[in-house]
Design a protein around this ligand. Structure first.
Ligand code: OSB
Ligand code: MG
Length: 369
């Protein structure tokens, strides 16, 4: 994969609405767009999904900058790549910093697909031409606000509704949603807000016919989740706890979950995401593609990954307009009847709107190869 240069741009964007989880509220979104360019005029794009503050995981926008510039880009400069899978092997000596790794690996995957003149989905081995999507709804000021919001997205056709929960905003709230929407696929995401002391409380969720409960216990736990899963009928889905195929293997072996939310950034890139997908498919563990409030480039990568056959449950990649006044890609990601049509153009399949990209860019650096 010949590379002439890599450019990293820092963007500042703002979500249309604040998004509240058990760990806090986010509205300002800063992130990096990476761009790998060859001599032929092909441009591959990636997006770093770390947040401004280390609330979801230890990475931040600033740690992404440091690790990309000082460690990862030098590794890419010093090594020839024959396939995008080489990137994850080359990055292995650098511990964690998976979102920084993924931001660069993603640009190389996109560049590779464009050099081959195939879609990123095809480069990954994905076959679906459309994907099912759900939506994740943050913690709302009142239960009535939540019911109105759920109703809005059910009307729009989203295939399942994920509701963020935390202690004090859980069983009663979910029961109210279930009563008003008896047939809607509903799940909950706790973002690690509970402990094993909450087992009796969480067991009440078993009556609500939830598809799953995501990451109820600590962000770094797989042992207690196994205990909780043994005590609950509702399937547990792991998000924060899974950073690699190795974590996946151990969690499945322990019985810590029945479902895994695969986020490309959290696991260090598309290559590792695909490995986890393949392993879960073999071990009868359902997977779906999570979201990190991405802009268009990250969203496009999620769509391509979701075309793999093991992604049987709707993901969190909602349409661009749900998050942004104006997204950085054209056309924007559109959801119709809970489905996204997978673009067939080369690479990520969406063009970058250079004007919008420039308008949100606050910093850029070029690294010549
Ligand atoms: O846990 O999946 C999560 C948003 C920010 C941080 C963590 C999570 C989320 C979401 C929203 O659930 C996913 C999205 O709409 O992109
Ligand atoms: Mg989650």
């Amino acid at each position: 994969i010949p590379i002439k240069q890599i450019k990293i741009r820092k963007l500042n964007m703002r979500l249309k609405n604040p998004f509240t989880t058990s760990f806090g509220t986010m509205q300002d979104r800063a992130f990096f767009i990476t761009e790998a360019e060859d001599e032929e005029g092909n441009h591959g794009f990636g997006e770093s999904v770390a947040f401004i503050s280390p609330w979801y995981s230890e990475e931040t926008v600033e740690t992404n900058a440091h690790v990309m510039e000082d460690f990862l880009i030098p590794i890419l400069k010093e090594n020839k790549l024959t396939h995008p899978d080489d990137v994850s092997a080359l990055f292995t000596p650098i511990k964690r910093h998976n979102m920084a790794k993924s931001a660069l690996e993603g640009a190389i995957w996109d560049l590779y697909a464009k050099q081959k003149n195939i879609s990123l989905a095809e480069a990954l081995g994905g076959k679906k031409t459309e994907i099912d999507v759900g939506i994740s709804i943050g913690i709302q000021p009142t239960v009535q606000d939540l019911l109105n919001t759920v109703d809005h997205y059910v009307q729009e056709g989203y295939k399942r509704i994920k509701i963020k929960i935390k202690p004090g905003w859980d069983v009663d709230v979910l029961r109210a949603v279930r009563e008003q929407f008896p047939d809607t696929p509903i799940m909950a995401d706790a973002n690690s807000a509970y402990t094993l002391k909450d087992i009796p409380h969480l067991q009440q969720l078993d009556d609500l016919d939830l598809m799953m409960i995501e990451q109820p216990l600590a962000h770094d736990d797989i042992v207690d989740h196994a205990k909780l899963q043994a005590a609950m009928k509702t399937p547990i889905c792991l998000d924060e706890s899974i950073h690699s195929l190795e974590d996946t293997r151990k969690a499945i072996q322990l019985g810590s979950c029945k479902i895994i939310n695969i986020k490309i950034g959290r696991v260090g890139g598309l290559t590792e995401a695909k490995r986890i997908h393949d392993y879960c498919l073999k071990h009868d563990i359902a997977v779906w593609c999570g979201g990190m409030l991405e802009a268009g480039v990250g969203r496009a990568h999620n769509i391509a990954l979701t075309t793999l056959s093991g992604f049987t449950l709707p993901g969190d990649t909602a349409g661009s307009s749900r998050y942004w006044e104006k997204d950085i890609i054209t056309p924007e990601v559109k959801v119709e009847s809970g489905k996204i049509h997978v673009p067939s153009k080369p690479g990520i399949g969406y063009a970058i709107d250079r004007q919008v990209l420039d308008a949100f860019t606050v910093e850029e650096k070029v690294f010549h190869f």
